[in-house]
Design a protein around this ligand. Structure first.
Ligand SMILES: Cc1ncc(COP(=O)(O)O)c(C=O)c1O
Length: 436
């Protein structure tokens, strides 16, 4: 699952004790394990190897440039959804042709940025693939490409009418979401724009949702895409690439998500002969690579009792990790230093260990919805104790805000015995820098 483990009652990232990292860099603090990132990336690569896919890491899940570089150096491309993410991908040295650009609301500036490339690079051309979400968007990107005199390639995001994923907010493949184009309309758009010189519509993009733990919806979506490819082929329209999106689940509780090989077993047989015949397969995983590769460290500020409830008030809250408040998401939380009887045998909602007490783990933000965990049983805690919030590597720091004017936390990347600061903690001055 990951490389965070207790040794003699002390939580370590690889060989480095997390308490030492927190002492040096303060809290709240995101700590990532390079070995875990690479493990998950290599597992995906190995499982889907018969398709020789381009794995475009979904930048939105964990967008620190150093993390992107770690993956890009191993051959990853990037899935970006904004000009800011495109800048991050470029700073990480990701070649333009390995970048795909999705998102329902691309601005004119972002479209220009993605088409123009960077003149001082070896690959100055446009990004590899625009993932187009509507006919009006196609028209705007095509007009921009024409005006700039460049030739770009586009995928059409197709909504296959499949509901899959964890929370309702991360289900994207069913009717009535803002994403993609329904199948019949998609077919008409391919016929219309497949031969367009400046923006060739030559690929299909799918992304049916996130936190998916069942391979069956992928198989259904792929089958629908292949049927579309065949219908188009009969009309003389050739589809060159199929982008399956992301969405594979992560282990928020021990063993919750099937390994990459389980998804591959359902998907690879459907696509193997097509890939051999030249169909380029793209994957856009974020969560399944990043979630288990990060923990959030937070310090207990106060333990207070209100009526029957016990609140453990920490220096991290919904501003630092939004997922519990936004999705009611579960994150395993445990002290970084524990007695031998409290070394957790697994990570789940309730553990059968002696001396645990129920509590709510909450943050400093002035909202009742500001919590990291509710009704959780934990060992007794006191002011100053250090807690680890597990599986916080995806949609953690990338969704963090400065709400209540808390500066953004720092990020540390552990590689072997080295713990490297990859983003410094913001200062109160940083908070107001743009208001001076
Ligand atoms: C288009 C697209 N691709 C990929 C992803 C990454 O999904 P996940 O992190 O679940 O793998 C998302 C997530 O929202 C997405 O919208």
């Amino acid at each position: 699952m990951d490389h965070f483990e207790y040794r003699d009652g002390e939580l370590h990232a690889g060989d480095v004790p997390l308490a030492a990292i927190a002492a040096e860099h303060g809290t709240p603090l995101y700590v990532y394990s390079a070995a875990t990132f690479l493990d998950h990336f290599h597992r995906l690569n190995a499982a889907f190897a018969p398709l020789n896919p381009l794995i475009c890491f979904s930048v939105k899940s964990c967008s620190n440039v150093h993390i992107l570089r770690l993956l890009a150096e191993r051959g990853a491309g990037m899935d970006v959804v904004s000009g800011g993410e495109l800048l991050r991908a470029r700073l990480a040295g990701v070649p333009a042709e390995r970048t795909v650009f999705a998102g329902v609301g691309k601005t004119d500036d972002e479209i220009h940025q993605a088409l123009a490339g960077e003149p001082d690079r070896a690959d100055p051309g446009p990004i590899g693939l625009f993932n187009i979400e509507s006919e009006p968007e196609y028209e705007v990107v095509a007009a921009a490409a024409r005006a700039m005199g460049v030739s770009a390639r586009a995928a059409l995001r197709v909504n296959p009418g499949i509901s899959a994923g964890g929370h309702a907010y991360v289900r994207t493949g069913h009717a009535e979401t803002k994403f993609g184009v329904e199948l019949p309309h998609a077919e008409a758009l391919f016929e219309k724009f497949a031969r367009e010189k400046h923006l060739r519509l030559c690929a299909i993009h799918l992304h049916i949702g996130s936190s998916i733990t069942d391979p069956a919806p992928y198989a259904q979506a792929v089958s629908k895409a292949l049927a579309l490819i065949d219908r188009l082929e009969r009309k003389g329209v050739r589809i060159e690439a199929l982008d399956l999106g992301g969405g594979f689940g992560a282990d928020y509780t021990s063993g919750a998500a099937p390994p990459a090989a389980v998804f591959a077993a359902a998907i690879v047989p459907l696509l193997e002969s097509r890939a051999r015949a030249g169909l380029r397969i793209i994957l856009e995983p974020g969560r399944s690579i990043a979630a288990n590769a990060g923990v959030l460290l937070t310090r207990v500020l106060f333990v207070k009792h209100t009526g029957p409830r016990k609140f453990v008030v920490c220096d991290a809250g919904m501003n630092t990790l939004l997922r519990p408040s936004l999705y009611n998401a579960f994150h395993f939380i445990w002290p970084v230093s524990v007695s031998p009887q409290h070394v957790p045998p697994s990570r789940r909602e309730s553990l059968d260990l002696p001396g645990l007490e129920p509590c709510d783990v909450v943050g400093p933000v002035c909202e009742t919805g500001d919590f990291l965990a509710r009704d959780r049983t934990l060992p007794l805690l006191a002011r100053g104790d250090l807690l680890a919030v597990f599986a916080a590597g995806a949609y953690g720091m990338s969704m963090a805000s400065r709400y209540n004017s808390h500066p953004l936390p720092a990020e540390v990347l552990v590689e072997g015995a080295l713990a490297r600061l990859i983003r410094r903690r913001e200062s109160p001055d940083d908070l107001v820098a743009h208001e001076r």
